[in-house]
Design a protein around this ligand. Structure first.
Ligand SMILES: [Zn+2]
Length: 203
């Protein structure tokens, strides 16, 4: 994480991503441009921060500043991954954000990290609904291979069985794909919960 002090603890917005402060790189401690949180209000304790954050999420994760326009391609789900946690830390560290490469607000992992990511989902009992395979061209550009998989919940399956079966299928797919093709690929997976939903459910 670049500069944790600069990140809004409520919505994860990073003011340092734009010029701010006297010396340009200094964090600004004013009202958060994104969620409108004011220092000293709603951030006095971890509980207060959590409750302010849940309120912002439930109200639709809106960009609140009237004076500063919403950044281009702004993605509140990706922004919420700035909030420290096992899941968010893993994605921030190992995931490749596809907005700049493919124009989609998703993230991809190389094979090894894709398998580790599935372990995290399994531990949290979150299913993997499916995924897409992405290839990197010689020029470094990313493109869909149009190979993909998906898993549907069986009738009467418990959430745990759903999570376990879907993750087993994802692991099998990724391992087979690698064996079959022999190349290095990236995998975009659809988790059963978005980062915002994960924060709301306490995972
Ligand atoms: Zn904020």
């Amino acid at each position: 994480m670049d500069d944790e002090k600069a990140i809004c603890r409520i919505c994860g917005f990073k003011p340092s991503e734009r010029p701010g402060g006297e010396k340009g790189s200094e964090p600004t401690y004013g009202i958060c441009k994104c969620c409108g949180a004011e220092p000293g209000h709603g951030d006095s304790s971890p509980e207060a921060i959590k409750s302010s954050r849940e309120k912002w999420i439930r109200e639709g994760m809106a960009w609140r500043s009237k004076t500063e326009p919403q950044p281009e391609n702004w993605d509140p789900e990706w922004q919420l991954l700035n909030i420290p946690g096992e899941y968010s830390d893993f994605i921030r560290k190992n995931g490749i954000y596809l907005q700049p490469k493919l124009g989609v607000a998703e993230w991809a992992f190389g094979r090894g990290n894709a398998l580790k990511y599935l372990d995290i989902l399994r531990a949290k009992k979150i299913p993997c609904l499916g995924g897409d395979v992405i290839a990197e061209g010689k020029d470094g550009a990313f493109g869909y291979t149009h190979d993909n998989w998906h898993h549907e919940k069986g009738t009467g399956d418990s959430q745990e069985k759903y999570a376990n079966d879907s993750i087993a299928k994802a692991i099998k797919y990724i391992k087979n794909y690698q064996e079959k093709t022999g190349g290095e690929y990236y995998y975009v997976m659809v988790a059963g919960l978005r980062p915002s939903e994960m924060l709301l459910s306490g995972r």
